[in-house]
Write a new protein. Structure first.
Length: 75
């Protein structure tokens, strides 16, 4: 099994993917996935913080992706 922090990062990525592909609210998607896992309160807080940071800095992250991954447009 993956290390707990790695698994938390994977869940955040899955929540972001749901947002992108199915237009689901990523916070709700993450909350649903966290309910299905056995994470400590610290790991749940880590996952929520990570998601919040990505959403807060999404424009900057997208710009960096566009500059470095030309064949992967963000739109």
């Amino acid at each position: 099994m993956a290390a707990p922090r790695r698994r938390a990062r994977e869940l955040v990525l899955q929540a972001l993917y749901e947002m992108d592909v199915a237009a689901h609210d990523p916070t709700e998607a993450l909350a649903r996935m966290l309910q299905e896992q056995r994470f400590s309160a610290d790991l749940e807080a880590f996952a929520r913080s990570l998601l919040s940071g990505v959403l807060e800095h999404r424009a900057e992250i997208d710009q960096q992706i566009e500059r470095t991954a030309i064949l992967w447009p963000t739109e």
